[in-house]
Design a protein around this ligand. Structure first.
Ligand code: OSB
Ligand code: MG
Length: 367
């Protein structure tokens, strides 16, 4: 496969409702879309970096820079045998996993279209549908949070994740737990705590949570180990895991008992698959995280989450939870059993609505 042309788009997508985490509140979700061309076919990839460096040091601007100056020049006009061979070409770029992952996704999509195979087939996915939950942002009050959670339960979501931060932790979580004693519930702190204040979370151990996601700093595996020792509830790492090596070390160190896999955070779908395999070998449950993706990234998440080790519901909600109008013709809908269908068309199995894409494009460049 030889890439003849690339279009890079910087999008700004208006969310239906603002999304607030411990690192900030957004009304619009920015991202990059990479469109690649070869032999009359096109492939799409989504880079999950956001406008601000709150979740990750990467931003839409750093990813644009890395793609523009370093990734595209080594990919264009080069013969690549498969999407996996891409990683060797960009091995000289330290970090910038989201930029690399966006490009890799586009290569998977194109490669799948060339060989008439779905991403699910190529990755080795086994399920036609995947169980999903919803990630609920911080709300004004605990009461409002309970209302919002109730709304998503009415929609049919089987699992709720709530965002927490210092001062908005025990009260919010216990309010949701009291209102809904039997639901699958988990919390995500997005690194908002440190060893000096994380003991505030000890009461969570009595709230029957599936997991506590990333309470401590992204670069702090050891402190997660110390905190996990005090808690019966499994710690799940998100921000801390950027590679299979990190995943292995986190497990060896007993810094967590569950891993959230996001292809963007780990440099691509191939690395996400490798982490899945490592965790499966070690009997560690994994689940697919989300980054408020458009339909492009959502299709990739569904294919990844169809692998057999994804035993917990993913943060892959229906399209209407995020955007009024998405950039794909396909909209993902929630089935009555809290699942979403895995696309089965070639590649990602989606088509891009160029009219919708144009409406949300802030900048674009052709290579
Ligand atoms: O920590 O999982 C996270 C969104 C943006 C950045 C980080 C996270 C999230 C979510 C939303 O929790 C998950 C989704 O519905 O896409
Ligand atoms: Mg998270």
């Amino acid at each position: 496969m030889k890439i003849e042309k690339i279009n890079l788009y910087n999008l700004s997508m208006k969310l239906r409702t603002p999304f607030e985490t411990s690192f900030g509140r957004i009304d619009t979700r920015d991202c990059l879309i990479i469109e690649i061309f070869s032999q009359g076919l096109s492939g799409y990839g989504e880079c999950t970096a956001d406008r601000d460096p709150g979740y990750s040091y990467e931003t839409t601007k750093t990813a644009w820079h890395i793609l523009d100056e370093f990734v595209f020049p080594v990919v264009l006009e080069k013969e690549m045998s498969s999407p996996e061979s891409f990683q060797a070409l960009v091995g000289f770029i330290r970090g910038h996993q989201m930029a690399k992952a966006g490009m890799e996704m586009a290569l998977w999509d194109l490669y799948g279209k060339m060989h008439n195979r779905s991403l699910r087939q190529m990755l080795g996915g086994v399920n036609d549908t995947v169980r999903v939950g919803v990630s609920v942002g911080l709300q004004e009050t605990s009461k409002k949070l309970v209302e919002v959670v109730g709304g998503y339960l009415d929609n049919g979501y089987c699992r709720i994740k709530i965002k927490i931060k210092p001062g908005r932790d025990i009260k919010d979580t216990s309010a949701v737990r009291q209102a809904f004693p039997d639901i699958l519930l988990q919390v995500d702190a997005n690194s908002a705590f440190s060893l000096s204040n994380v003991d505030a979370l000890l009461p969570l151990d009595d709230m029957n949570l599936i997991l506590i996601e990333q309470p401590l700093a992204d670069d702090d595996l050891w402190d997660h180990h110390l905190f996990q020792k005090k808690m019966k509830t499994p710690i799940c790492l998100d921000e801390s895991i950027h590679s299979t090596r990190h995943a292995r070390q986190a497990l060896e160190m007993q810094a967590c008992r569950i891993i959230n896999i996001k292809a963007g955070r780990v440099g691509g779908l191939s690395e996400g698959l490798a982490i899945h395999n490592l965790c499966q070998d070690n009997k560690i449950p994994v689940w697919c995280g989300g980054m408020l993706e458009t339909g492009v990234g959502r299709a990739a998440n569904l294919a990844l989450a169809s692998l057999p080790g994804f035993s917990l519901p993913g943060d892959i909600s229906a399209s209407d939870r995020y955007y009024e109008r998405d950039i794909t013709h396909q909209r993902f809908i929630l089935n009555s059993d809290s699942t979403i269908n895995v696309p089965d068309g070639a590649g990602l199995g989606i088509t891009v609505d160029h009219q919708a894409l144009k409406m949300v494009t802030l900048a674009e460049k052709t290579y």
